[in-house]
Design a protein around this ligand. Structure first.
Ligand code: SF4
Ligand code: SF4
Length: 349
């Protein structure tokens, strides 16, 4: 049986990271908090087996600004870059078909005319040439806050712009790592997988129907929440000054795909509901419109909390009885003159 020719392993790779989408640059900032792995570990070659990585990000890379910074982007646009590249897009993509006489967002200028080069211009040229394309943060993945109802720019996520069936030069779909901002290690772990895949040391990255890494977004916030025990026992917070389940004060955790409560935010610490913040669904394609107004209890919360409010007190009472029992030592632990453990000698005394 004929087998497909194996793609040559990549030994050196550029990361061309454009954060000129509609964004706050929060994802670039967030990534500085990653520890497993840290971005500096990847850049310094501290992780065995990864290709040599050159990062080009206006906040994180060591190159100066201006033309020195833009040079690899310009080279890639005309197929002159010296190694394959991963294109990372941060921020949502405005609709330049409706920009009137101007433009919505740009990245550098045209050398011949001096006119601004739009983000869309760069995506059109770079995405088809990239080995892989990654959308970082909810703005780039699905549009995010800038794309909410009533926005003037008509902005959208990268897959809405390029098409959900887009394939990069490396044969990959867009890889979406949502979050507002992205959880730092969710991004670094995804990037590390892609780099190992480029090096021929990892299988094809598994993505779900929304192009998210399956192992990161396959479970709900609720499934990893420190407060889930309170939910199960029908014990709900009435305000934010409580350690109990936050569903009645607006938490969307039961229906949101996100691993933040399990992973924590920095060095395992934090994770929205774990530390008192309701989940507002910031990783989701329907964010923010479908989760607003944020402080209202989500649909279904009334019913599910009413149902668990009925059986929860009964379960709590039963567990209270069991808890009292297991909080007492067995009666044979004493200092009297008889042995009352139930010991029965097998071979006689
Ligand atoms: S706080 Fe939110 S995620 Fe946590 S148990 Fe309650 S509903 Fe679920
Ligand atoms: S727990 Fe909810 S609000 Fe927090 S990062 Fe995850 S999706 Fe966003």
């Amino acid at each position: 049986m004929a087998t497909e020719p194996k793609a040559p392993a990549v030994e050196e790779v550029h990361i061309l990271w454009i954060s000129e989408g509609m964004s706050c640059d929060g994802d670039s900032v967030s990534v500085t908090a990653a520890g497993q792995p840290g971005i500096e570990d990847v850049l310094l070659g501290a992780i065995p087996g990864l290709p040599k990585v050159h990062l080009h990000n206006k906040v994180l890379s060591p190159t100066l600004g201006g033309e020195e910074f833009l040079a690899p982007f310009r080279q890639a646009a005309v197929d002159q870059l010296d190694a394959p590249f991963v294109l990372v897009i941060e921020g949502s993509i405005p609709n330049e078909n409706i920009n009137g006489e101007g433009y919505w967002t740009s990245f550098g200028n045209d050398e011949a005319t001096g006119e601004p080069l739009t983000l869309n211009w760069w995506i059109d040229r770079l995405a088809p040439k990239a080995w892989g394309v990654v959308a970082i943060g909810t703005c780039a993945t699905y549009g995010g806050i800038h794309a909410m109802a009533g926005n003037p720019t008509g902005c959208m996520g990268l897959a809405d712009y390029l098409g959900w069936d887009f394939r990069s030069a490396g044969g990959l779909p867009i890889v979406n790592v949502p979050g507002c901002p992205v959880q730092p290690e969710n991004f670094m772990e995804t990037l590390t997988w892609l780099l190992y895949q480029a090096a021929g040391l990892a299988p094809v990255i598994p993505l779900d129907s929304q192009l998210r890494p399956q192992w990161l977004f396959g479970k709900t916030v609720h499934e990893g929440c420190d407060r889930a025990g309170y939910y199960e026992q029908g014990d709900f917070a009435e305000d934010y000054n409580s350690v109990k389940c936050l569903v009645k004060v607006g938490c969307w955790g039961p229906v949101v795909n996100c691993n933040v409560p399990k992973r924590g935010w920095m060095a395992g610490i934090g994770g929205c509901p774990n530390v008192g913040g309701i989940c507002i669904g910031c990783t989701m394609p329907g964010f923010p419109d479908k989760f607003m107004p944020f402080m209202d209890a989500p649909p279904g919360a009334g019913l599910s909390s009413a149902v668990s409010g009925v059986y929860g007190p009964f379960i709590r009472r039963m567990r209270g009885i069991t808890n009292k029992t297991v909080n007492k030592e067995p009666k044979w632990r004493h200092n009297r003159r008889q042995l009352t453990t139930g010991y029965s000698p097998r071979w006689g005394n």
